[in-house]
Design a protein around this ligand. Sequence first.
Ligand SMILES: [Fe+2]
Ligand SMILES: [Fe+2]
Length: 271
Amino acid sequence: MIRILFFGDVVGKAGRAGLRTTLPELREEFKSDLIVANAENVAHGVGITLKTANELFASGVDFLTSGNHVFDRKEQTAEVFEVLSGRLIRPANFPDSYPGKGWEQISVQGKKLLMVNLNAQVFMEKQFSGEIRSPFITLDRILQTAPKSDIIIVDFHSEATSEKRGFGFYADGKVAAVVGTHTHVQTADAQVLPQGTAYISDVGMCGARQSVLGVKTESALNRFLTGERTALEVEEAGEIEVGAVLIEIDHASGKAKHIQSFLRVFPAPVL
Ligand SMILES: [Fe+2]
Ligand SMILES: [Fe+2]
C-alpha cells in the first residue's frame, strides 16, 4: 500500500507554522510515503515565494500543488517555477504562456506517480478572462499525452461542490485520487468512488482557526458590510487548524483502497 498525506491550502505564517509543528508526528502516525500540500496561499495569503515554499520543504513536504492565486506574486513567479521545477505544479488548464507545468511525474516506492493540477471553471472564469480551459477535456488530454504512470493524483482546485463532485465521477477509474482544494473548508464526503478513485470535495486548509478562510474576520466582514473590495489581512494569531487527507493506494492496481479526512486543531505555536 502506498500512503499519501495531502494537506489543503496552506495560508500564510499560521499555515506554515501548522505544518512545521504537526508534520513530524503526522508522518509517523500515518506512515506516509509522500507528503503533498497546496501552496497557492503560502506567501502571506497570496501566491508562492521561494522562501515560503522552501519553508514547507524544510518542514517535510515533498511536493506542492497550487491554484488560482499561484501567479499573484508576479515578479517572482517565473523564478519560483524555474527553481522548484519537478516539485511544484500549477493548474494545467491555465494558458500555456504562464510559467510552470500542470503535471509532473515523480517516483514513490518504486512506482511512477503522476501529480496533476487542474482549476475549475464555475465561479472562477472571471479572474482569468475566460482563459481557463475545460478541466474535463484537459484531464483526458493529459491522460493521453503524459508519460505512462502507475498512480495518478489530481488536485482539483474549485469553488463549486457540484463541479467538484461531477469531476470526481468523471475521473473515477481513470485516476487514483481527486482531491479538492480552494474553498479552505473541509467537506465531510471523503469516499472511494465505485471505480476506485479516492475523492473529497475539499481538504480544508492549514491556517488560523479563528478566521474567515485564513483571513482576519474583521477584514473579511468589512468587504461584506461595505460591498467594496477593501484590503484583506491574513490572520496570524490564535489557534491553528491543519486539514488533510490520508489516501491509501494499492501498490499493484494503482487504485485507491481508502481515504480518510482529518482536521487537527492546536494552540498557536511560537511563530
Ligand atoms: Fe486557497
Ligand atoms: Fe484558490
